[in-house]
Design a protein around this ligand. Structure first.
Ligand code: ATP
Length: 250
């Protein structure tokens, strides 16, 4: 058999769960991301850090299909999804938890949870959500709008337990919450990661993100200024990068 007749079997098992390669993207004439590449290995936690406006949310939008890049490629499990719609990527195991606690305020907690179960996950039970966030189980009949900010964020995060994802993208889920609630949310993320779900974590609390991340990608003005193991990263250096001092991670 000649090499050209050999059939290659690639089920994506060895590929990173999410791979972004050479992505340039922006809004209208404004370029926000420049040649950004990033890889989320299966079952690993990657922290995506950078100062305000560096392009972190834009990168999550490109990854999830909400924004089409001008150049570059997005792959899930080794399959090119650059032209796939967000719901198709969701069906392939990508779950985005966007910034800002997206819950239906006038609907009950239970109704919100039911709406978060995608149509193709017919047999999903709510038990895992109640294990992660017991308070939601005690508030099922209450309107989501009457929950505290932390409880609303837990309700938004419930989606990560209901979609059977292989990778979850989290955009500043700790924003505006008390330290005690942030502790609880990070504990739930650690539990989720321990089940083998990969996380791409955009997080303002650098120390908390570094504490649970395997790898770190630092964005500076839309370009990657550091990409590598979290163990080689010093929080102070990241903060200097945030403040835009040249030299940090160059
Ligand atoms: N819908 C939009 N239209 C035009 N420009 C936008 C839009 N969304 C974001 N931008 C701009 O793109 C740049 C990157 O924004 P982005 O939200 O991706 O950064 P970020 O790193 O997530 O910042 P933050 O930490 O403040 O959320 C900013 O200059 C922002 O003003």
């Amino acid at each position: 058999m000649t090499p050209s007749t050999l059939k290659t079997v690639d089920d994506g098992a060895s590929a990173p769960v999410l791979e972004i390669s050479g992505v340039t993207a922006g809004y209208g004439r404004t370029t926000v991301l420049r040649e950004v590449s990033l890889s989320v290995p299966r079952g690993k936690v990657v922290a995506l850090l950078g100062s305000n406006g560096a392009g972190k949310t834009t990168l999550l939008r490109v990854a999830s299909g909400l924004l089409r890049p001008a150049r570059g490629r997005v792959a899930l499990d080794g399959r090119d999804v650059t032209r796939q719609a967000p719901h198709e990527r969701a069906r392939m195991g990508l779950c985005l938890i966007p910034e800002g606690r997206s819950v239906y305020r006038t609907l009950s907690v239970l109704e919100n949870l039911r709406l978060q179960i995608p149509p193709w996950e017919k047999h999903t039970a709510l038990d895992e959500v109640f294990t992660a966030f017991p308070i939601l189980g005690e508030r099922l009949g209450q309107s989501a709008g009457s929950l505290s900010g932390g409880q609303q964020q837990m309700l938004a995060l419930a989606r990560a337990y209901l979609c059977n994802p292989s990778v979850v993208l989290l955009d500043e889920v700790s924003m505006g919450l008390s330290p005690r609630v942030v502790d609880e949310i990070f504990a739930s993320l650690k539990t989720l990661a321990a089940t083998g779900v990969a996380l791409l974590l955009v997080e303002q609390y650098v120390n908390r993100a570094l504490d649970m991340a395997d790898d770190v990608v630092l964005l500076n003005k839309g370009a990657v200024s550091y990409s590598g193991s979290a163990s080689g990263v010093d929080e102070d250096e990241v903060m200097r990068g945030y403040l835009g001092q040249d030299g940090a991670f160059s």
